[in-house]
Design a protein around this ligand. Sequence first.
Ligand code: CP
Length: 303
Amino acid sequence: MSNKSLISITDFTKDEYLKIMRLAEDFEANPNQNLLHGKVIATLFFEPSTRTRLSFETAINRLGGKIIGFSDSSSSSVSKGETLHDTIRMVSNYADMIIMRHPMEGSARYASEVSSVPVINAGDGANQHPSQTLLDMYSIIKTQGSLDNINLFLVGDLKYGRTVHSLLMAMLQFENPIFNFIAPPELSMPNEYKIYLTSKGIRYFEHLEFTDIINAADIIYMTRVQKERFIDPVEYEKVKNIYILRNEMLKNTKENMKILHPLPRINEIHTDVDSNPKAYYFTQAKNGVFTRMAIISHLLNLK
Ligand code: CP
C-alpha cells in the first residue's frame, strides 16, 4: 500500500491535480464502488467540522470502507493529556489512513512524520486545507471548463483563511491566473504569498472594495472572517461585517461567473443570492464527496 500523505496542496504535482479531477468525475458518475473493502480509515477532528468530516465519511462509506475516530477530542484520551505524537502512533496501529483536523499549524505534517499510514490534512490552523482546494478546483473546472485563464476574486479573511492560501498555491500551476485580493488591511493576504507571486511573475491586485470591479470575475471566492483565529475579540468586531455579497451586485457579472465559498457562511453572502444560478457553494460542498473519494483512492493506490 502507498504511504503518501496529503499535507499541503504543494505535495501534489499538476499531473496529480488533473488525475484527481478525472477520478472525481468518474466517482460522480458512479458514486458507489467497493474499493475500500476491508480497510479502516480514522477521522480525528480536534476542531469542529460539518462538511469536511461528513463528506470524508460519506466518501469512505461509498467506497465500502469502515470508519473509526472522534469528532470531539474531549471524548478521547487527549483530555487526559495524551500527546499528539502518542495519539497518532496509536491510531496508525488501528487504521489504514488517518484524516486529521487540528488547530495547530504544522500539526498535520508532524502527524505524517510519526504515522505509519498516510495522513490527510483536513485543516491545520490557518495554514492549509488541501482537500478543500481540490474540491474547489473540481468546482472551477466543472463550471469554467478549465483551470487556465481564471480571474479569481478572493474576498474576506485572506489572512487566516487557510482555504485561500491553498487555492492560490494550486492555481499557480495553471496558465495565466489573475488574482484579485479583496480584504481590509487587517485581513490582507500574508506577505509571503504576495512575494511568492511576484517572484513567479504572476499578476495580483489588492482592493478594499469590489463592487466596481466585480464584472471581471470568473470566480468569486467568498470567505468567512475566522473568529476563532482572533486573539482580540474587539478586532474581530471591527471586521466581522466587512463584506456582504448581495444579489443586486451580481446583475452585470459574467454569464458563467460562479460564486464559491468553503462554508460555513455567517453573513458574507446574503441569503438572497442563494437562488441565483451563479451561487454554486452548495454544489461545491457536494463536489467534496467525489473529490475526497478521488483523493483517498489516489493516496491508497486503490484499483
Ligand atoms: N469547508 C469546511 O472546511 O467546512 P467545515 O469546517 O464544516 O468542515
